[in-house]
Design a protein around this ligand. Structure first.
Ligand code: CA
Length: 229
């Protein structure tokens, strides 16, 4: 997997900004927070973020204006966040060039789904190949779209779980040792306890094998793990 996605949180309510930061970092994103509209615009001009969560009511410059200015130079995905639920605001946000719009308070799961959706649209626009498909029976992964499905049902995975499953699927039928998995997925030489691999395998099994009552991930005792067709 590549580097974690960088989410720029532009929100002047400290409590909400921190909540978003904690939740998104738990999901494996990198985050930065800005509370001022003008500074947010400056930082967006200078830094490379992957997606912006943009509050509407901000000090010095509101979210609509920030969005409009950013759109003059960039097609970065933007999701507007607001406390208002006015239809004119939604229209105004979308007119300003936002990709999506969420009214506070919102469920984190919904925001994550919208982030994935905005990233997907963005990648399509950029013509990054999004059709690569990894498969074992009816377990299907589209790595570039950050999607995993069993049959028609999509599975929500954290970034680390996703990376682990991707590595197993890219090497399906090949038994991978814990050390191989650690180096590839966790990205460092790990000399101590390899327990973390087993822990994440358990997470994946709970979300996939157990939930769908079908065995994909096999343990090879004393060696490691393998996904079988
Ligand atoms: Ca605000």
């Amino acid at each position: 997997m590549g580097n974690p996605l960088r989410v720029f949180i532009v929100e002047d309510e400290h409590r909400i900004a921190r909540f978003l930061q904690i939740e998104l970092e738990h999901e494996g994103f990198e985050t930065e927070i800005e509370m001022n509209g003008v500074r947010a615009l400056e930082r967006l001009m200078q830094e490379n973020y992957d997606i912006v969560l943009l509050d509407v009511m901000l000090p010095d410059m509101d979210g609509f204006a920030v969005c409009k200015r950013v759109r003059e130079v960039s097609d970065i995905p933007i999701i507007m966040l607001t406390a208002k639920d006015e239809i004119e605001d939604k229209v105004r946000g979308l007119d300003a060039g936002a990709d999506d719009y969420m009214t506070k308070p919102f469920a984190m799961e919904e925001l994550l789904a919208r982030i994935r959706n905005a990233m997907r649209k963005h990648m399509t626009v950029d013509r990054i190949p999004i059709d690569e498909k990894l498969q074992a029976r009816n377990l299907i992964m589209y790595p570039a779209r950050y999607e995993v499905m069993v049959g028609q049902e999509s599975i929500h995975l954290t970034r680390k779980e996703f990376s682990l499953l991707e590595y197993l699927l890219r090497n399906k039928r090949r038994v991978l040792t814990r050390d191989q998995i650690l180096q590839q997925v966790w990205g460092y030489d790990y000399s101590g306890d390899t327990n973390v691999v087993d822990v994440y395998i358990r997470y994946l099994r709970a979300k996939i094998d157990e939930r769908f009552d079908e065995k994909f991930i096999y343990t090879v005792r004393g060696v490691g793990y393998v996904i079988k067709e």
